[in-house]
Design a protein around this ligand. Structure first.
Ligand code: ME8
Length: 512
């Protein structure tokens, strides 16, 4: 039996509508969830919303609504975006749900019982939009700007602190003995250098506002929003109950996060878990950030990419593909409409779409849409190079090298397109003596098209389904214990029933 695969995205704040950054992490998680399901693994894919804290309270106040009304309204935008983007989540957690509060409180209680939380007084600066306490270095760097920025508030209040320092050494040892725990490497090094400094204890409760989970030991305080939020990864499994979900899926295989929230996941979260004596997730992977047309995405610039707009105009598959193909996961990259259109036109409309339509129209023209009988005396032209690329694809995709994995598969498509140009099936068709050679070319093309339907299934599930329909093959099924990817991603693994050109797979986007 394959190892269970529990994958999470961050839970998103409900003070804002979803944008490309939210779509990015969630699509990446979806591709992995779909891939692992096709590998036969039991998968649990979780996303959700982070609904407590000062930022949400303030945003609601500004709109003249109660925080829960704001959350109820915005959460539907996230839910409909995931639907529109074909995100195959297994669960959606909201931190205002009772099941979550129960889990968060249980975790907090564990840390209290352990003696890791103590009462004190916090005096310092707080960044409301990041829901984060500023470090001494940050305060020094900001200088007098700090007082001019409404996002920063000076706090002096009674608070409960978490003894982070107690676990500093244990966490460093864990990171060193589990090289895969934080990825990519550059991010791991950032965390290591942070951990090599003196780790201040963390203020873990707030008493100046009330939108949060009241502490079990002192209801005049609410839980710090990051303690609350991080515990979603456990509460969604039914923690603290020993449910089947909990037993099957904890520890998580992978927390996918953006680079800005790595420290919460790779320092605070493991420390809370160590305190509660729970196993740590296997990996935290931090991806990079998108700029938009070369500029930082920001509210003041009003340059947020609204995923709905792109999905409505160009479809979900194309948007998903672009997000993961444009640059390496882990690096920063740029979103430009021009490169979006160019990539979709060249890789989806030309390389893939044209290959499918050219090949199937030749099959209809020369063989009435019937799959030729293979003549074993004529060897396949593409098989051996295709097999090498397929192996690479299967190594690269589960290790989050999405751009390279699809790049590798696209080499197969360009070899198939080149083969058409070289073999000139239209010329072969004129000579009855070359009929078997034509069959061979057509069979190779059909097989590459079939392999495409398997390789793109995790990232472009709709295009995959359409290709399989054209070939008379059933949709790829993801069943626990049945390794569909490995089984079907080898040469001649399925019997193609037909080749029907039908509608174009992906239409070229006209630009003016
Ligand atoms: O941080 N490019 O929620 P959030 C790529 N509630 N990713 C981007 C981005 C960009 N330009 N801008 C933002 C939170 N992101 C917390 C998480 S988890 C227990 C709690 C990413 O709604 C960012 O890196 O602010 C982060 O992963 C997510 O979008 C924003 O989440």
């Amino acid at each position: 039996m394959k190892d269970a695969f529990y994958i999470t995205t961050p839970i998103y704040y409900v003070n804002d509508y979803p944008h490309i950054g939210h779509a990015y992490t969630t699509v990446a998680a979806d591709v992995l969830a779909r891939y692992h399901r096709l590998c036969g693994a039991p998968v649990f894919f979780l996303t959700g919303t982070d609904e407590h804290g000062q930022k949400i309270e303030k945003a609601a106040e500004k709109n003249g609504e109660r925080p829960i009304e704001l959350a109820d309204r915005v959460v539907t935008r996230f839910e409909s975006l995931w639907k529109a983007l074909d995100i195959s989540i297994d669960d959606f957690i909201r931190t205002t749900q009772d099941r979550h509060k129960k889990g968060a409180l249980a975790l907090f209680q564990k840390c209290l019982d352990k003696g890791d939380i103590y009462e004190g007084e916090y005096e310092g600066w707080y960044n409301v939009s990041d829901e984060e306490f500023l470090t001494e270095t940050q305060v020094q760097e900001l200088g007098s700007d700090i007082e001019k920025n409404p996002n920063f508030v000076r706090l002096k209040e009674k608070t409960y602190f978490f003894r982070l320092r107690r676990y500093q050494k244990q966490l460093l040892e864990h990171i060193e003995s589990h090289p895969e725990f934080i990825a990519p490497l550059s991010r791991k090094n950032e965390v290591l250098s942070f951990l090599k400094q003196d780790l201040r204890d963390l203020s873990i409760s707030r008493s100046s506002f009330s939108w949060g989970i009241a502490l079990p030991n002192d209801p005049s305080h609410v839980m710090y929003v990051w303690f609350d939020a991080l515990s979603n990864y456990l509460s969604a499994l039914g923690y603290p109950e020993s449910t089947d979900h909990y037993n099957n899926f904890w520890p998580a295989q992978l927390h996918l996060v953006g680079k800005d929230i790595l420290r919460f996941h790779a320092v605070f979260w493991p420390i809370f878990l160590m305190s509660a004596e729970l196993p740590l997730p296997k990996q935290v992977f931090a991806h990079g950030w998108w700029t938009i047309e070369g500029e930082k995405m920001s509210k003041s610039k009003g340059n947020f990419v609204d995923p709905f707009e792109f999905i409505d105009t160009y479809g979900s598959d194309g948007f998903r593909y672009f997000l993961l193909r444009e640059f390496s996961f882990g690096q920063d990259g740029n979103f430009s409409k021009e490169s979006f259109i160019q990539r979709l036109n060249s890789e989806l409309a030309n390389d893939l779409g044209n290959l499918v339509s050219r090949s199937l129209s030749m099959l209809e023209k020369y063989r009435e849409g019937k799959v030729p009988q293979a003549d074993n005396s004529i060897p396949s032209i593409l098989k051996s190079s295709v097999e090498t690329h397929l192996q690479d694809y299967q190594k690269l995709l589960p290790t989050l090298h999405f751009d390279q994995a699809f790049g590798e598969f696209w080499k197969i498509l360009s070899k198939a397109n080149q083969m058409i140009d070289q073999k000139q099936p239209w010329a072969l068709a004129k000579n009855p003596d070359q009929s078997q050679e034509l069959d061979r070319v057509l069979l190779d093309l059909l097989e590459v098209i079939r392999l495409s339907s398997v390789a793109i299934a995790p990232i472009m599930p709709n295009l995959s389904r359409q290709i399989r329909e054209k070939l008379g093959l059933p949709e790829l099924a993801a069943k626990i214990g049945q390794n569909q990817i490995e089984e079907k991603l080898s040469w001649d693994a399925e019997t193609i029933k037909k080749g029907e050109k039908g509608q174009a797979l992906f239409t070229r986007i006209e630009t003016s």
